[in-house]
Design a protein around this ligand. Structure first.
Ligand SMILES: Nc1ncnc2c1ncn2[C@@H]1O[C@H](COP(=O)(O)OP(=O)(O)OP(=O)(O)O)[C@@H](O)[C@H]1O
Ligand SMILES: [Mg+2]
Length: 350
């Protein structure tokens, strides 16, 4: 075997990556930190208990930050440079990273790290934190067991993925679940799960695997349920069509701030698909495919919670008809104890 062919053990890469990450490494090791945001070599913000603060850390030399970015890229077998200035990656501990640098970023290298939480969130924790109530959990348990199609929607970092993970614990263990993600984040507790992950491919696009392709594979893998980590583009149409063709009980998340926006956003994403479908038909499909929208929000005090659990009842002209089952009272109150998710009194026929 030629000298350069001797494989370097993964642990060696991990150790050298820890060294290259410099001031980021102790922040990664600190379990009280949930997010790390590097804005150039001299400013590193962190999120602790849902609040952003300056970590006071910095890179001694600006070139060390570029080395850290390149170290991350190398670890996942990719390139980051002015020619390829954006990168999505995962660190050895599972943390999700996005790197962007000039010319795509105006004033230097930015790295955002969403730390992988070792402890899995539970329903009990969400109830203790006031993010959900027992009554709402029982309602959601019924919608999951009746195989309703559910979308969790909310702003960035509002707890969508965490809630999807918790919702998946309501699925009975005898079901075969296929999970499709851009970058693996979900950690289901069920025994029978197939995880599929998209891949960006090399610089020429070789080896690229899209969410859409994984979606088609998943249909041939005999799913009882499909969980799509996040809807971002044309794959929304594939999901809607699967949902309307007998794949009940599917779940996904998307970025939107209000249940009505959520449905419109999914409609717009489905229009991005390369399959042309009349807009009116698409709207009808969205209205019949999605049965429950759960809206999450991140509040000023750093906490996260559910603001709406709504049933999609159909269409009236071009408008979606939504009926709220649970609503957060005093959503805009600065006092966390005043915010409460309450049942509206409306219970859909499941
Ligand atoms: N109910 C909650 N209460 C407090 N913190 C939470 C709650 N749910 C999630 N978090 C924390 O909020 C952060 C963001 O959570 P998560 O990744 O689930 O959000 P997201 O909406 O999926 O984000 P993105 O928009 O980036 O995909 C994580 O650090 C997570 O631990
Ligand atoms: Mg997410």
């Amino acid at each position: 075997m030629a000298r350069q062919d001797i494989p370097i053990p993964r642990e060696v890469y991990q150790q050298s990556l820890r060294a290259l990450l410099g001031p980021i490494t102790p922040l990664l090791d600190d379990p009280s930190i949930s997010e790390i945001l590097v804005n150039g070599p001299q400013q590193i913000y962190i999120e602790r208990s849902g609040k952003l603060e300056d970590s006071g850390q910095q890179f001694d030399d600006p070139s060390d930050l570029m080395s850290a970015a390149q170290g991350i890229a190398q670890f996942v077998g990719r390139t980051i440079s002015s020619e390829y200035p954006r990168l999505d990656a995962r660190l050895p501990d599972g943390s999700r990273v996005h790197i962007i640098l000039p010319p795509a970023a105006r004033d230097g290298i930015h790295i955002a790290i969403r730390k992988f939480s070792q402890s899995k969130l539970t329903i009990e924790q969400l109830i203790t934190w006031g993010s959900i109530t027992e009554e709402a959990v029982e309602f959601l348990r019924a919608t999951v067991s009746h195989k309703k199609n559910i979308i969790v929607a909310g702003g960035t970092g509002s707890g969508k993925t965490s809630l999807l993970n918790v919702l998946s614990t309501l699925i009975t263990p005898d079901e075969r679940i296929i999970v499709i993600e851009d970058s693996s984040e979900l950690q289901l507790q069920q025994p029978h799960v197939v995880y599929l992950e998209a891949h960006p491919g090399d610089l020429k696009g070789k080896g690229k695997i899209t969410i859409k392709e994984l979606f088609w594979s998943s249909m041939r893998l005999r799913p009882d349920r499909m969980i799509i980590g996040e809807l971002r583009g044309g794959e929304a149409l594939d999901l809607i069509q699967a949902m309307t063709s007998g794949h009940g009980g599917s779940m996904s998340t998307t970025h939107a701030t209000y249940p009505d926006d959520t449905l419109r956003r999914i409609e717009t994403m489905a229009l991005m698909s390369d399959v042309l479908i009349p807009h009116a038909v698409l709207r009808e499909q969205v209205a019949s495919a999605i049965q429950i929208v759960i809206q999450t929000s991140r509040f000023n005090d750093g906490s996260r919670g559910i603001t709406h659990i709504s049933e999609v009842q159909g269409l009236e002209g071009t408008k979606y008809i939504l009926k709220h089952c649970f609503l957060m009272e005093n959503q805009h109150s600065a006092e966390p104890h005043e915010r409460k998710l309450v049942a509206t009194g409306y219970t859909p026929d499941l």
